[in-house]
Ligand binder design. Sequence first.
Ligand SMILES: *Cc1c(COP(=O)(O)O)cnc(C)c1O
Length: 435
Amino acid sequence: MNYSNSIEAFEKAYQVIPGGVDSPVRAFKSVGGTPLFIDRGEGGYLYDIDGNRYIDYVQSWGPLIFGHCDKDIQDAVMGAVQNGLSFGAPTTIETNLAQEIVSLFDVIDKVRFVSSGTEAVMSALRLARGYTGRDDIIKFTGCYHGHSDSLLVQAGSGAATFGNPSSPGVPKDLTKHTLLATYNDIASVRRCFEESADGVACVIIEPIAGNMGLVPASEEFLKMVRQLCDEHGALLIFDEVMSGFRASLTGAQGLTMVKPDIVTLGKVIGGGMPVGAFGATAEIMGYLSPEGPVYQAGTLSGNPVAMAAGLASLRKLKSHPALYVTLGNRAKRLMKGFKDAADSVGIPLVTEVRGSMFGLFFSPDKITNFEEALKNDTAKFAKFHKGMLDHGICLACSSFETGFISSETSDEMIEETIRVAYLVMQEIKGNQVEE
Ligand SMILES: *Cc1c(COP(=O)(O)O)cnc(C)c1O
C-alpha cells in the first residue's frame, strides 16, 4: 500500500492543527504510522487520497449504520440545504425527529437536541444534578462520556473512590464530585454511594461499554445498579451515544429489562451529521429551561440539515426491522472468523458482539472491566491493525475501540476480511518466531 499522499497531508496538517487532527484518537498514536486522509466513502468502502480502497469498519466511529453516501439520507440533506442552513428558530422537523425517538424509547416522553454526544451527556448531568439538588455523580472507569470536565476523571491514589482530573485544565474542585466505580462490580458502586457525603445525583453508565473495547455490562449488574439508584434516590443515566440504534434499534434498552431515568444519544441519531440528544420523562425534562430552572442552550441545536439526516436515517431503521439480525449475524461471522484465524496460529483472542457492534482483545481471558482491558496485548493489536490496513481493511486504530458493521458491509466483504485476517495472524506469528 502506498500512503505517500496521506503522509504529506499529515505533515502539512501538523503545522497548523495540534497533532494534525481535530480529535486525538484519529492520530494513530496507539498503533503507529500515519492517519489516512480520506478522499471519499462509498457504501461499505473508504477511499484515501492515495487512491487506496478499504473495507470500512470504523464508519466515522459509529454513526454510519447505512454506510457512506446513503441515497435516502443524502436526498434528505440536499432537500434541507435548499431551504437554508440554519434559522435559530423552531422547525417542524425537530418535532418529527423527537416524535420518532419518543415512540421508540418507553422511558422518554420528551427529548432535547444538541450537537454532539459530549454536549448531550454534559447537559444530562446538569439536569440530574438540578433535579435531585445533589452534586456527586458516579461513573465507571473505562466508560467514556465525552470530554466535559466532570467526566475527565481517573482513579485517585489508594482506595479513594473520588476521582482526580485525567487531563490538565480540569479543576480538582470539579472532579471531586465524580466517584469512580468498577464496571460489572456492584460492591464498588455500593462503596461509592456510601462514600458520598451529600448524596448522589446520578449514576452514569454505558450499558454496553464501547470505549474500553466492547465490554457489555451483565443484566444482573445493571439490575443491581438500578436498585441502588432507587434506594438512594439517585437517577440512572444510560449513555447510549454509541449503543443507541447500534446494539439494537433501541440500543442496550432493547436487550435488557433494566430501565434508565435519562438516556443520552448521539452518533447514529445524526446519520453522519453532528447531532446529540438527551431524553427522559416529562417530569424530569420539565426541569429544563425554559420550562424549568436548569439552563441549557445551543445556537445550532436542532439544526435543520442535521435533523433531516437524523430523521431520514431513523425512519429507514424503523422500516427495516430485520436489519439488526442481518448486521448481528455478519458481526458474529466476522468475529468467529477472527477467532478461528487466531486459533489457527495459537494466538489468544477473545471477541464480543452486540448487534452491529463488535470487539476483539488479544487476551486469553474474557474482559469484564477496564483493569482487565488494560492487560490486553496492545503491541499485537498494533501489528494486526497495520497488517489489516496494508491489505485494505480499515479497523479502528486502538485496541480500546469498537468496530461496526453497516448495511453496506456485505457477506463478501466479511469473507474477504476473514481471509486477510488469516494472512495477518500468520504474519504476526512469523514475526514472533523471528524475534
Ligand atoms: C462518542 C461518545 C460520546 C461523545 O460523543 P461526541 O459526539 O464525540 O461528543 C459520549 N458517550 C459515548 C458512550 C460515546 O461513545
